[in-house]
Design a protein around this ligand. Sequence first.
Ligand code: AMP
Length: 221
Amino acid sequence: MGGDRKCRIVLLGMPGAGKGTQGALLEKHFGIPNVSTGDMLRESLSEGTKLGLAAKSHMDAGKLVPDDVIVKMVDEFIHKSECSKGFILDGFPRTLGQAKALDEMFETRGFKLTLVLYFDLGQEDAVIRLSGRRVCKVCQRMYHVAFNPSPNKDRCVCQGELYVRNDDKEEIVRHRLSVYITQTKPLVAYYKEKGLLVEIDASKDIGSVNDEVLGVLYANC
Ligand code: AMP
């Protein structure tokens, strides 16, 4: 990213569209943190915190965690020193209420949202991707049994054990997608109206999507 300008990016798209994968690649490429609300909640859960335990039932059912909980969590995180050079928001905002809260957070701090990358993917493609997804218990790296298998079979490159997330089971996946359509998809129009939305064809392979994303970011950041 050119000069001293800070890049603050939102990754938007249905579960399975590749936000987590691209967010991790961007984090490595630009050296700015990828703030995944899903990862933060799973981490809180594995640490047994009050926040994690309160979120568990929502997450297991494929429902959204209440806005006030998520907004507080993000607000605290983006003001940490590690976010001082910019950040990537993966999985936030997910409701109109969260998007408006983010606008307020930015306004209060004098931050500017650089752009919103919208990863566009068909619903059936998302089901195939999510139900074949495997995640490392140790480093959270993601694989897909067919499209992006681990070179170590059922172990991660870090040797951590791979597992299927509870909410990646097909019935829950279908519920998550319907939640996405009713609650999150309206954000596409919200950010389009603000002139911040850039559409990415998320059906391509990881490398091609990453090339497209990098092209967009170098042109805008
Ligand atoms: P993800 O890893 O982004 O698919 O998120 C997994 C689960 O965490 C979601 O299905 C929700 O239950 C919860 N979650 C993550 N981000 C949010 C958010 N911004 N708002 C509400 N719930 C969230």
